[in-house]
Write a protein that binds this ligand. Structure first.
Ligand code: PSU
Ligand code: MN
Length: 327
């Protein structure tokens, strides 16, 4: 098919040539993040939908700032990612993080498909796992820590609701540290989808895929790893061998903050039934379920959520540090 490629280049629009000649015009790295990446220092990406849609104000802002401190305290530089004024930003100021937290769900929840429209309009957006991974890859950041990823929704056979996070894991070469996925999703289906798309699922000091609020799901991970260095070696091998795409490093919620599986499941069942009754669909469903579960579990889930994200930020920093360590 190479001959056909030549024919195509003859018709490339001049605007495209102009844009590709410039240095990623829609991407804006903070000076600190830019310097760290240029120097080959470890950087950990953090998402912003978790700030706007994942937690209530002001705990969301407090948590986002604490996450940055945890990353710094464990040997890496944090780069919180969001769309602000039509630019993909990596490395936000405290004022920018507060702004996203105060806006909450009023700011657009931005997945990959939303990016071109927000950039063209000079708008703001809080990036999901999918969009954060895409931007991290453009910036050259290899590790990203978050709470939970999106996945295949229960009933996806009918609704076709599969988070774009999973496709992004298949395409962007970034390691994502998370506490698994919430049981609002079909966890077995989510693992099947990841397998189909060639995404390695690693369990950090666990043999089981963690279920966000609880440490176990009854489902095995593909491989257990016990140290950040093992994770770093697998990342180096994957990308070194030319196998593009992401990896999932799953880190169970600390024992002290795990919720009894039954308590979470009752709240999840009720939240799912309410969503169904109210006809909530598309990008609104995940934030709706997260919010309802939090109300129904009386704040216990929020505490677990905060603690597991902090835990993931520490592991993300350690993995990034190991990844950047000279041989
Ligand atoms: N799951 C959580 N907390 C979150 C999210 C998912 O436990 O905050 C957010 C993340 O930003 C994730 C997004 O990328 O929801 C997935 O949304 P959707 O299912 O619409 O793809
Ligand atoms: Mn969806």
């Amino acid at each position: 098919m190479e001959g056909e490629g030549c024919a195509v280049t003859a018709f490339v629009h001049p605007l495209f040539l102009y844009i590709s000649a410039m240095e990623k015009p829609y991407l804006a790295l903070s000076p600190e993040v830019r310097a760290a990446l240029q120097a080959g220092m470890p950087v950990v990406a953090l998402e912003s939908t978790i700030i706007s849609h994942g937690m209530p104000y002001p705990r969301n802002v407090e948590t986002a700032l604490r996450l940055e401190e945890e990353v710094r305290g464990h040997g890496a530089l944090p780069a919180t990612i969001a769309i602000l004024g039509g630019r993909m930003k990596a490395g936000l100021s405290e004022a920018e993080i507060s702004y996203l937290g105060k806006q909450g769900p009023r700011v657009t929840k931005a997945s990959r498909r939303d990016l071109p429209v927000l950039l063209a309009r000079g708008a703001d957006g809080a990036t999901t796992v999918a969009a954060t991974m895409a931007i991290a890859q453009m910036a050259g950041i290899s590790v990203f820590a978050t709470g939970g990823i999106g996945g295949v929704h229960r009933g996806a056979a009918q609704s076709m609701d599969i988070s774009a996070d999973l496709q992004e894991l298949a395409r962007s070469s970034v390691a994502v540290v998370c506490a698994g996925a919430k049981a609002i999703l079909g966890l077995a289906l989510t693992l099947e989808y990841l397998e189909t798309h060639g995404v390695p699922v690693l369990g950090y000091q666990t043999d089981e895929f963690p279920a966000f609020y609880s440490r176990s799901s009854g489902l095995p991970v593909d491989y257990r790893i016990d140290t950040p260095l093992e994770a770093a070696r697998i990342m180096q091998a994957k990308w070194g061998a030319g196998l593009a795409g992401g990896l999932l490093i799953t880190n169970p919620v600390p024992e002290a903050y795990a919720m009894p599986a039954g308590a979470a499941e009752t709240a999840i069942a009720q939240a799912l039934a309410e969503a169904e009754r109210q006809g909530i669909k598309g990008k609104a469903i995940t934030p709706f379920l997260l919010g309802r579960i939090e109300d129904l579990t009386g704040g216990q889930s929020l505490e677990a959520n905060i603690q597991l994200v902090l835990h993931n930020a520490r592991l993300g920093a350690a993995v990034a540090a190991a990844f950047h360590m000279p041989e």
